[in-house]
Design a protein around this ligand. Structure first.
Ligand code: BGC
Length: 248
């Protein structure tokens, strides 16, 4: 099935048509910078521009960096607060003229990794952690997603984990990968003690840098880099939108 996957991020809105049977993008991805402030109307215009670029008329799956319950955004950590309570499905369907499914961005990336990447054929409890502007989490038990986990926001020393251990935090504080990894390792150990996952898959910018910090990590659970790198969000959003066509 060919579905347009779109990954709405803190710095860019990226999209490409995806063959959901094999998880391959059918063209180069197309990217437009996220409009400043990431207000709903402005983001919708950019999503529509991505769809127009591909002259898209079919179903669209979009990953968005917030809790998405029944199509409605419930949080807005790194985007404009006007998103809270916004019906993202309606907004983006009207803007593009296409049927749209919207889900949390980390859930989208996790869906792709489980089907086509580092989580393929892995049962038990698997965590995908996307390390970017925020810390996104997707949790799977025997391959089934528990949607909208917001475990980037657990508190460590009274502070939001994301504030210390995201990639944005690494850049903000001018940390080397190993220095940042000390913080990230504390975060992984906390998750490990609370959820006892079998596998952590690390996605986002850090996934390509694991060689630089792998030996800093002390957590018991297995930790591997994501395999689909920065395409996971696009591919997973497209896969998640199969329900628009198949109706389940
Ligand atoms: C948001 C999550 C999102 C993550 C990654 C966090 O700040 O609360 O919903 O998945 O960033 O973008």
């Amino acid at each position: 099935m060919e579905i347009l996957g779109i990954d709405i991020g803190g710095s860019g809105v990226k999209g490409a048509p995806v063959d959901t049977a094999n998880g391959k993008m059918l063209t180069e991805r197309f990217r437009i910078p996220t409009p400043k402030g990431a207000r709903p109307k402005d983001v919708a215009e950019v999503v529509a521009a991505v769809a127009r670029h591909f002259e898209w008329k079919g179903p669209i799956g979009a990953g968005f960096p917030a809790v998405i319950q029944r199509g409605v955004a419930r949080t807005a950590a790194n985007v404009d607060k006007k998103w809270i309570g916004t019906d993202a499905v309606e907004l983006l369907s009207v803007a593009t003229g296409c049927p749209v499914r919207v889900l949390n961005d980390a859930d989208a990336a996790g869906t792709a990794e489980m089907r086509f990447g580092a989580g393929r054929d892995r049962d038990g409890v698997v965590f995908i952690i996307t390390i970017g502007t925020g810390l996104g989490t997707a949790v799977f038990t025997d391959g089934v997603l528990v949607p909208n986990t917001e475990l980037g926001h657990i508190e460590i020393d009274g502070e939001d984990a994301e504030f210390q251990a995201s990639d944005a935090a690494r850049k903000r504080d001018g940390l080397k990968w190993k220095q940042w990894a000390v913080r990230f390792d504390r975060y992984l150990n906390r998750l490990d003690a609370l959820f006892w996952p079998d596998l952590f898959i690390l996605g986002g910018g850090a996934s390509g840098k694991m060689d630089k910090f792998r030996n800093v990590l002390t957590v018991d659970a297995e930790v591997v880099p994501a395999q689909l790198l920065n395409e996971a969000g696009i591919i997973g959003a497209a896969v998640a939108a199969e329900v628009l066509v198949k109706g389940f």
